[in-house]
Design a protein around this ligand. Structure first.
Ligand code: ZN
Length: 245
């Protein structure tokens, strides 16, 4: 892996502008709270972009300069242009890591990468606790986490979660109501590594929790490409190439 890892955090950035409770928790937006945490690591260079930026911030130049992208969306998945989704998708196939957070399970980019509905059950209560159990001890993404950690207040997401069988499931949550959920999962698509990490409902202080921030930092490092991204992976081959003809 080459350092620094170039990280781009994409946030829809709408709840923070319309819900005072969210503004209070994340005055500069969830993307800036996450960025401030990741910037403590000298191995990471971190930029933020939002839905309302031109091309949603996902210009070809920015993608060419990104090793790992984080994605948080909820209200406005439908506003993300398909041309931008296709561009991000191709960059993942070329090897860019993708860390998909919470309600971005319904984002266009995650659904395109998964090829399934990504539907799930949900319930929002004031005081429902979530216990996140480590199901892959030793996995790099749960480095520094004990056998579980607890979030006192979170939104419930429950199975069935319509995703392709993950290549690894590193966390399973249980909720106050009894439901369970695959909260930490990984896949590869092309040369790109993909992480889904569940917590992060906007009205709770989840992105201030040290365990959550540790996992996001670990996930960025895990998803980073090993070497320079190779755009030739899906290139056309002429007959006779192996003989140098
Ligand atoms: Zn939510």
């Amino acid at each position: 892996m080459s350092f620094p890892i170039r990280v781009t955090i994409w946030n829809e950035f709408r709840h923070e502008k319309i819900n005072p409770r969210v503004t209070e928790l994340y005055p500069l937006g969830m993307h800036e709270t996450l960025a401030a945490s990741l910037r403590k690591s000298p191995e990471l260079t971190v930029r933020t972009i939002t839905l309302d930026d031109p091309e949603h911030g996902c210009t070809p130049e920015l993608l060419d300069d990104t090793d790992v992208m984080l994605w948080w969306g909820h209200l406005a998945h439908h506003e993300v242009q398909d041309s931008v989704v296709n561009r991000v998708h191709q960059r993942v196939l070329d090897g860019m890591g993708m860390v998909v957070l919470h309600s971005a399970h319904f984002s266009k980019i995650f659904r395109k990468l998964m090829g399934s509905t990504c539907n799930l059950k949900w319930r929002e209560e004031e005081n429902e606790r979530e216990i996140l159990w480590v199901t892959r001890p030793g996995h790099p993404i749960v480095q520094g986490i004990g056998d579980h950690f607890i979030l006192a207040r979170e939104e419930m997401y429950g199975e069935y979660f319509d995703i392709p069988e993950p290549e690894s499931t590193f966390l399973i949550s249980s909720f106050g109501g009894g439901e369970v959920f695959r909260s930490g999962c990984t896949w590869t698509r092309g040369a790109g590594k993909i992480v889904y990490f569940r917590p992060g409902h906007e009205t709770f202080p989840t992105y201030h929790d040290p365990n959550v921030l540790r996992i996001i930092d670990n996930a960025v490092r895990w998803a980073a490409p090993i070497g320079p991204l190779d755009k030739e992976i899906f290139g056309k081959r002429e007959l006779g190439w192996i003989n140098g003809k």
